[in-house]
Design a protein around this ligand. Structure first.
Ligand code: AMP
Length: 605
């Protein structure tokens, strides 16, 4: 691959050979001069028999780079597919088709059709029958159409693989074999990819003839304007650290990447429960739900989107301030993709990895790959967070637009009402009104300690783990100071998930909203933390109710068994576990007492 090029003299689209009717359309779209990838690719593709491999990330202008020359070469009089663009997701498929339609606004009768899975194949077939010039497709759906003999690719001159690396884990190599077997051998192939893993290199060797190679930005390099930070935390503190990082960055607009759909949903639920402006995006949601969430995120109605790598692929959002890796992905390429979503269009961005000790070596591997160093972040203290939030608020207060006309009628009576307060008092009250909850939350919270490199010894861990709940020092089982650890006789076997614990509290505990700390789900029972001050209210509200087909028992945990011990308890159906957690205890406790419990239910709820 050739090194990054310097573009000293900007050419015009006209000089690149773009036709006037296309220039007219893109000028209306605000394209004044070509972007580097366009300057390189367009004149080359307008020539004959030219193949291109371009290493270019989303946002570099690659759609127009391949789109403009391809549209220009279409023979309108022949209503047959002449170009096929393959891309990994429905969203990208629609976006490319939209862009092509915009570019071809002044090319009369040019037909572009997006075909993708997850929507009616019949209507796609009907449109195909009427005839199209360009097909933008996800590979699986195109194969489906080929197998149904509803699409003829014998007139295809150009095959474009967009975001080729993203298509790899969709069984792309086999799909490509199949698709290309229906396309004439004389076709041109253009491959666009953000990274160049070995499998992509193999595909280019197999299918392409002496391609022209272009690199926009250096190969596999993390984006120029991205700062990479990692926070080393104990596994149990991960969520608390995430919350602190979100609180420490009041204007955050970012994606939190999780490894599984389940974790994605759980983290989003916890954030929503904790009052953050968040939502989830993963493959267990329907297409309509995913579209809705993406739209809300684009419009910034959501500040934090918790997503899996796969589901976030189709989402193209500029000016994200942060990417948070809630744990590192298995492969380094995914990190490059994730972090490349921030720091775009000349803006700066931060890519954060919340990791445990075992993941430290991965940081070193990523550093080598992106050719950039990570900084180790220090988990912000409660005081630092409050300070940041306060000043962000004050900053907004200073800049707020005051609409005198709208409020002038109310002002005299407001001034009269506040007459007895001086300026300082009003400021104090304003701040207390906005921040009492936050200050309250963080004033008891100790610092979250980073794990010691070299690790705590077995004995230390045991000592730490068996410290009584509610008296935590920040390193005890109680994750934050001032929290009590409660036992509940429902576990994963009963179908209990963190959101159910939250739901149970919301539905059954009267009074002020309960602040939940850490939740530990076990097979047959679970633990969760609530503030000391809320403990009695929670026990009173939950103990004895019926939920998930069981009579619920909740009480303060006497001690926190270490993970090893918890496993042992589970294994033996906790017959040998601490007395207070034995199933039989609860059987005894509720034997013959349903009447009084039912009465309680009737009275309170
Ligand atoms: P892409 O990498 O194709 O997704 O393009 C990224 C963004 O840049 C899209 O919003 C395009 O509409 C825009 N864009 C592409 N080419 C140009 C250009 N020459 N001038 C201005 N904007 C462009």
């Amino acid at each position: 691959m050739s090194p990054i090029k310097k573009y000293s003299i900007l050419k015009t689209f006209e000089e690149l050979g773009v036709a006037p009717n296309i220039i007219r359309a893109i000028t209306e779209m605000g394209y004044v001069s070509p972007m580097p990838v366009q300057e390189e690719v367009i004149p080359y593709l307008l020539g004959d028999g030219n193949e291109v491999i371009a290493l270019a990330q989303t946002g570099t202008g690659k759609t127009a780079a391949f789109g403009l020359p391809i549209l220009q070469q279409i023979d309108i009089s022949d209503l047959q597919p002449q170009a096929v663009i393959l891309c990994p997701t429905r969203e990208l498929c629609l976006q490319i088709a939209d862009d092509l339609n915009d570019y071809s606004k002044y090319i009369d009768k040019l037909k572009v059709l997006p075909v993708y899975g997850g929507s009616s194949i019949e209507s796609q077939i009907r449109t195909l029958k009427r005839g199209v010039h360009v097909i933008v497709a996800t590979p699986g759906r195109l194969i489906d159409l080929i197998n149904r003999k509803t699409v003829d690719l014998q007139k295809v001159k150009n095959v474009i693989l967009d975001e080729a690396d993203e298509m790899l884990n969709m069984g792309f190599s086999e799909s490509l074999d199949e698709i290309l077997s229906h396309v004439p051998k004389t076709r041109n192939m253009l491959l666009f990819s953000a990274t160049m893993p070995a499998e992509i290199a193999r595909i280019t060797k197999k299918y392409m003839r002496n391609p022209h190679e272009i690199v926009i930005g250096r190969k596999n390099e993390g984006a120029e304007h991205v700062k990479h930070l990692y926070y080393m935390v104990n596994a149990r503190d991960k969520y608390l650290v995430l919350k602190r990082l979100a609180d420490y960055n009041p204007n955050i607009y970012g994606i939190i990447f999780c490894r599984t759909k389940k974790e994605t949903q759980e983290i989003a639920d916890l954030l929503i429960k904790d009052g953050y402006n968040a939502d989830s995006l993963h493959g267990d949601l329907s297409q309509a739900q995913r579209d809705y969430v993406m739209q809300k995120f684009r419009l910034r109605n959501i500040q934090l989107l918790v997503a899996t790598d796969v589901a976030a692929r189709g989402l193209d959002v500029e000016d994200l301030t942060h990417i948070i890796n809630y744990g590192l992905p298995d492969d380094i390429e995914s990190y490059t993709h994730r972090s490349g979503r921030t720091g775009r269009a000349g803006k700066t961005g931060t890519s954060i990895a919340i990791i445990n000790l075992k993941e430290k070596h991965k940081i070193r591997e990523i550093e080598k790959n992106i050719n950039k160093k990570f900084e180790q972040g220090v988990i912000p203290s409660g005081k630092q967070i409050c300070e940041r939030q306060l000043f962000s608020f004050i900053d907004k207060l200073e800049k707020v637009e005051v609409n005198d006309d709208e409020i002038k009628d109310f002002l005299p009576s407001i001034y009269r009402k506040l007459d007895w307060l001086d300026k300082e008092d009003i400021i104090k009250r304003l701040i207390s009104h906005e921040f009492n909850l936050l200050i309250d939350y963080y004033q008891d919270a100790g610092d979250i300690e980073a794990p010691q490199e070299g690790g705590a010894g077995k004995r230390e861990r045991w000592e730490r783990d068996k410290r009584p709940a509610g008296k935590g020092t920040g390193t005890g089982r109680s994750s934050e100071k001032g929290y009590a650890r409660l036992f509940i006789n429902l576990g994963r076997m009963d179908g209990l998930a963190p959101q159910n614990v939250i739901g149970l509290l919301n539905d059954n505990v009267s009074g002020r909203k309960v602040d939940i700390g850490r939740i530990d789900l076990m097979k047959n029972f679970s633990f969760f933390e609530v503030r000391e001050a809320d403990k009695d209210r929670v026990i009173q509200g939950l103990d004895g109710i019926k939920a998930m087909g069981r009579r619920v028992a909740v009480e303060q945990a006497q001690e926190s068994p270490s993970d090893d011990r918890k496993k042992k308890i589970e294994k033996k159906n906790y017959k040998e576990g601490p007395k207070e957690y034995r199933k039989d205890n609860y059987k005894d406790k509720y034997k013959g007492s349903y009447k009084s419990k039912d009465k309680k239910k009737g009275k309170d709820r």
